[in-house]
Every structure is written in C-alpha cells, then in structure tokens.
Design a protein around this ligand. Structure first.
Ligand SMILES: *Cc1c(COP(=O)(O)O)cnc(C)c1O
Length: 372
C-alpha cells in the first residue's frame, strides 16, 4: 500500500527563489494591485506566448466569462453545452441570459456543430462553446454559423491554455476566449483568468477594462455597473514565474499521457481523447470513457478501485450542468444524450508535470486490473 495520496492534479510551482525575486519588486513599489507593473508585464508576455493580439487579466476564469458576456451586451438566448464546469452555465444565467443546451459530439466532447443551427431562434445572441480537456472545438464551422446568423462567439478556453491550431494560438478564434489560471490548470497564477480578443473588438477591450474595475471610466465618471475583478500583483508575479516553465510542464504532461495511451491502446471498452488534426494539445486532462458492457467494469467501479489505492481520479464532467439542483429541473438532460451518457462513463486520471512516470504506469495497471 502506497501512503502518499495521488490527486487528479497538483499545481505547478516555480522555484521559491524565483517568486521571492518578483516579490522584492512589489515590496519596493508598494503597488499591490490595480494594474501595476507585474500585471502589465504578464499581459504582454501572454500576448506573445498565446499569439493573440490582446490579453486582459482578471481575478479568475469565471469573471472572464461573466464580464465578457456583459461587455458584448448579449441578450436573450445563448447556445452552449452542459458538458463543462459549473462556471460556463452560471456565467450565462448570472447575466440574465437563457442557456440553450446543445449536445456534444461523440468524438472529442466539444459542441456538436451539426446540432447548433436547429437551436438558433430570433432571440439567440451568442454561442458559448467549450474547448474540453485540451481538445478544441470546430472553430471554423462555428465561425461560419456565427457569421451567417450574426452571433457572437465566446469560447470557454479554460482547458486550452497554450493549445495551438494550424500554428495559431487557439485563443485567437471567436470574438473572445476566456482562460482560467486557477491553481489546478496547466498554467496558474494561484487564482486568475484572462480574456483574449482581436483588434476588431477594440471596444470590447475598453469595456472589459472598465467592468473589472467597478465600471469606472475616469475619476468623475462611472458609466457601467461593473464588478471588481482585477488581478493583483502577487498573482501576476506567480504567473510571470510559471510562464517561464510552462513549456517544460506541458512536455512532462505529454510523457504521462503517452504512458497511459500505450497502456490502454487496443483495450476493448475504453475510449481515449482523439488525436486532433493540426492541433498541438496541452494534455490538460486525461479522460477515459468506460463502456461498462465492453470493458466489464463501470466508471464508478474503476474510480472506487483507484480510491482504495489512494488515487483520486475525478469525474469531469459529472453531473452535467443542465441537471444542477440550482436550476430546479428547468432543463432536460435527455435533450443532450451524448453528454449525458459520457458524464456517466468518464473518469479523468491523474496527470500533472510532477507525476512520476512510474506512478502513471501503476495507475494504468490498476485501471486495467478492473477489466473483466
Ligand atoms: C476552471 C474552469 C472555469 C472557471 O475558472 P476559474 O478560474 O476557476 O474561475 C471555467 N470553465 C471551465 C471549463 C473550467 O475548467
């Protein structure tokens, strides 16, 4: 029996000396928050790293989503998927918008682009697709649909930090992409988030900057009902440190993913993430879909077996957001059958840069030992 618990992820942290170096500047300047030097530097470095025109930093990914929807002045209905973290749906509802749930596709778990158009009504103002597990949505088809129906596109890119498609940063697609820099994500600023957008959305940039600071335009004019969602200097400093190491971290994740892939290759009843064409993924999660009939053990049985061994895999995403008690049965999950089925069959295995390859191999062995 191994004593050490293995969780689904473990935050990346820089050498502490690196962080202390950054802190010295903060101590000297006494500038702790409100768009200081660290904030500005991280913003610029992220624009380069992500190859996007503009980045604005926020307290977390959720506020990035919520304020983006407010800044784009969305109204009525928003098409999205329930196979996501609570944040995506909550951001829609908290903006007094109506989420209209589209199913996901069976291959990569992102929005099923063939089912979007049927859901568009005259009240639809936007599509909010989610890149999941480092898999990307069909960004080209989504843009075509949006252009044809005059809809905004806001991507929840919380799982897609650093992912590239045809050599371009994935956050350069759509009107806005929202990132999360939460401790558990591929790149973290302890808590944090960002919006990414292009030049053609310049007004959006001014609006988001204002909305994250109470809607204050200048000392005498407050002309929007904003929130407080500014990233502080300590978080930005953590980001500057972590960004120096993120490429290495992603490489190490890839090694873990390769170990799992090799171990599970050809196993009846298991479905792994597809390798998407022209995509450099970030291996942010390692989901496995367990088909109980063919594998001989359910997702929950495998999860329990791992837990017995002090390994805590997670059921991302279970339950679906359209089944949350908070919504009092308002939405019908049987209308998103693929999402519903996968939410009952998916288990995301531990993956992070510091996970020893030996441990990944042991985890794979335990999973396979459940096969009947
Ligand atoms: C983490 C996450 C969020 C929310 O980000 P926070 O920074 O925790 O607010 C939103 N959507 C998805 C898909 C996420 O995984």
């Amino acid at each position: 029996m191994h004593e050490e618990e293995i969780l689904v992820t473990r935050p990346s942290m820089p050498p502490i000396e690196e962080y202390i170096e950054e802190l010295r500047d903060i101590w000297e300047s006494r500038w702790l928050t409100n768009m200081g030097a660290k904030h500005r530097e991280l913003q610029q470095r992220l624009e380069k790293y992500l190859t996007v025109q503009h980045v604005d930093l926020l307290t977390n990914g959720h506020m990035a989503l919520e304020l983006s929807m407010q800044a784009l002045r969305l109204t009525g209905e928003v098409i999205t998927t329930p196979f996501t973290f609570a944040s995506t749906t909550h951001a829609i509802v908290r903006n007094n918008l109506t989420p209209v749930f589209c199913d996901i596709n069976e291959n990569d778990y992102t929005i099923d682009v063939d089912k979007i158009e049927n859901l568009i009504t005259e009240r639809t103002s936007a599509i909010v697709p989610v890149h999941v597990y480092g898999n990307i949505c069909d960004v080209e088809r989504i843009q075509e649909i949006a252009d044809e129906h005059n809809l905004k596109v806001i991507y929840d890119a919380a799982h897609a930090f650093g992912v590239r498609y045809k050599g371009k940063g994935i956050c350069s697609f759509g009107d806005v992409s929202c990132l999360s820099f939460h401790a558990t994500k591929v790149f973290n600023t302890i808590e944090g988030g960002a919006v990414c957008f292009n030049d053609r959305n310049k007004d959006f940039g001014l609006d988001i900057y204002r909305l994250k600071n109470f809607g204050i335009r200048n000392e005498e004019c407050v002309d929007a009902v904003g929130a407080n969602a500014k990233m502080n200097e300590f978080c930005a400093a953590m980001g500057l440190c972590n960004l120096r190491h993120v490429d290495e971290e992603i490489k190490k994740r890839k090694k873990i993913a390769d170990i799992y892939r090799k171990a599970f290759e050809g196993t009846e009843g298991l479905k792994l993430n597809p390798i998407q064409k022209d995509v450099e993924t970030n291996d942010s999660y390692f989901p496995v879909i367990f088909n109980e009939g063919r594998f001989g053990a359910s997702r929950d049985a495998v999860r329990a077996k791992l837990a017995e061994n002090n390994i805590f895999a997670r059921r991302y995403f279970y339950p679906l957001t359209n089944t949350f008690e908070a919504f009092h049965g308002k939405y019908d999950p049987s209308k998103t059958p693929v999402a519903l089925k996968y939410s009952r069959e998916v288990l995301t295995l531990p993956i992070y840069a510091g996970l020893p390859p030996k441990e990944a191999a042991r985890i794979a062995d335990i999973v396979l030992s459940c096969k009947k």
